[in-house]
Design a protein around this ligand. Structure first.
Ligand code: CO
Length: 505
């Protein structure tokens, strides 16, 4: 073949990305507009496209190109000493390629079948609050995850292999150190908060018709730094972001009549994900180097907008009048300062997805400890409900009244996604550390927020984080942007200062 190997690789890589964009469109349609009866065919369509993408990634052609470039486990950037972005591209490609090729086709199919049965069993078990009905499926998924770890390989413990799937370079030992410190800091902060009077958030539980919430979500999106012709906002049961093309990102939100905050912060959260997707490097579009660095880095961008910016006083000094106007007269008696305190009310609760900024990470740490124990065998699946309730009491001083509001609340384990949960807490840590990097570079951003001028913030994020795609690993990225490896101290400092002011300690 006449063209150089990198160009040939980029062409196949682009095809793999187009297939995954097709799947993203099918998935988006399924969650937003598809009639229910379309489900069976849609499952077949998604599986076919997935299979084609996997076949493409595991083709002999790619194997030849990689060996031509001298790319292997010891030389992920190629033996020719490719430096700079091309070397980084090969490293990112090799990572995806090696992981796909390590799992035998029969195993992938067996796991997909088990996961689909397990998810259905979980949904029913949760509805009926029947952990025993889910238990055989949970045991099967734990067994499959252990086999998966063996195929993937790991540094010290099987769980390391699973963690690395979601957060490159992440290990159980490293995570344990980070989370031990984070947990101690959060538990201490929570106990300080619980000794202080709570802000009144009754006004936020009034009735806010969906149409008004939708108007406000639209006005938020118009003001945030995203091109309107590159984004769609729709509704779905669980808010999400998905990418259909390099300049076509879809987000969803949900409108709950008595939960005004749910739509506001879901919209801002998903907008943060969308900005990341739309800021990925154009030179590397449709390639493994043009993908997000990791799920935790993705989550850092949504959390930065949702919590650090979206739950700050300067942001609402800019936006509050427009919200008051749209939902008038519902919030007319509430000052912006009282609104700010109300949206930042901290109160441990049973459900992770409803948790506030302070207690949220404790939910995640509990899941990390339990899933690490499930994978190592220290915890038998049958012992999960009891271990869950103990953890909830220890970290959040709450006892779930049933398993539906306890260990059956999340879908992840039913899908076999062990190792995913830590990304949520890591996203919080990254977001606070990136915030410090941004403040060091830009100085205060309060005036920007109060005057709806997000241009400096958007350019800083794009230049330092979004445009790096997967050219840097998460570890390299945080080091480059902030001058130090990931630590929980930035997040704990940020929370202590913010909530010290709100709660007065
Ligand atoms: Co998210």
């Amino acid at each position: 073949m006449s063209t150089d190997p990198i160009s040939r690789l980029r062409r196949i890589d682009a095809q793999i990305h187009f297939l995954s964009q097709v799947n993203a469109l099918l998935g988006w349609d399924q969650e937003t507009y598809m009639p229910k009866a379309g489900l069976a065919d849609r499952g077949e369509q998604l599986a076919l496209i997935d299979g084609l993408a996997h076949e493409r990634l595991c083709s002999a052609e790619i194997k030849d190109i990689l060996s031509e470039l001298g790319v292997d486990e010891a030389h992920p950037q190629g033996s020719g000493g490719l430096h700079g972005q091309q070397g980084a591209y090969l490293r990112a490609f090799y990572r995806a390629w090696a992981r796909a090729n390590k799992l035998p086709q029969e195993f992938v199919e067996e796991r997909a079948k088990a996961a689909s049965a397990s998810q259905a069993a979980w949904a029913e078990a949760r509805q009926r609050n029947d952990f025993k009905a889910f238990l055989p499926h949970l045991s099967a998924m734990v067994g499959l995850a252990r086999r998966e770890a063996d195929y993937l390989g790991y540094a010290q413990r099987p769980y390391d292999g699973l963690l690395d799937t979601y957060e490159p370079g992440c290990t159980e030992a490293g995570l344990r150190k980070t989370f031990d410190r984070l947990r101690a800091g959060l538990v201490e902060l929570l106990s300080k908060i619980s000794s202080r009077p709570q802000p009144d958030d009754l006004a936020l539980q009034a009735s806010f018709p969906a149409s008004l919430q939708a108007d406000f979500s639209s006005s938020l999106l118009m003001a945030l730094p995203i091109h309107g012709d590159q984004l769609r906002l729709d509704q779905s049961e669980h808010p999400f972001t998905t990418t259909i093309g390099f300049r076509d990102v879809r987000i969803t939100t949900r409108y709950v009549e008595r939960k005004l905050c749910s739509s506001i912060f879901s919209t801002i959260h998903e907008a943060g994900h969308a900005m990341y997707e739309l800021g990925l490097p154009e030179d590397w579009k449709w390639s493994m180097a043009g993908d997000a660095a990791s799920i935790a880095i993705h989550e850092s961008q949504s959390r930065l907008w949702e919590n650090i910016i979206g739950r700050s006083l300067p942001f609402w000094k800019g936006f509050y009048e427009s919200l008051q106007h749209i939902v008038s007269p519902r919030l007319s008696h509430l000052s912006v300062e009282d609104f700010y305190r109300a949206i930042n009310r901290v109160e441990p609760s049973l459900i992770r997805v409803d948790a506030d900024e302070v207690s949220y990470s404790l939910h995640v740490i509990l899941r990390f400890e339990l899933e690490a124990a499930l994978i190592s065998g220290a915890l038998e699946p049958a012992g999960l409900p009891e271990a869950w309730d103990q953890g909830m009491r220890r970290y959040l001083s709450l006892t779930p009244p049933n398993d539906a509001q306890g260990c059956l609340q999340d879908i992840h384990w039913s899908m076999g996604a062990f190792g995913y949960f830590p990304s949520y807490a890591l996203g919080n840590l990254y977001s606070a550390q990136f915030r410090q990097g941004m403040l060091d570079a830009l100085g205060s951003i309060s005036n920007d927020l109060e005057s709806f001028d997000y241009s400096r913030i958007a350019s800083w994020l794009r230049e330092n984080i979004h445009s790096k795609g997967s050219l840097l690993t998460p570890g390299e990225l945080i080091q480059e942007v902030t001058g130090s490896p990931l630590t929980p101290e930035y997040f704990l400092n940020y929370l202590n200062i913010k909530y010290g002011q709100i709660y007065g300690f």
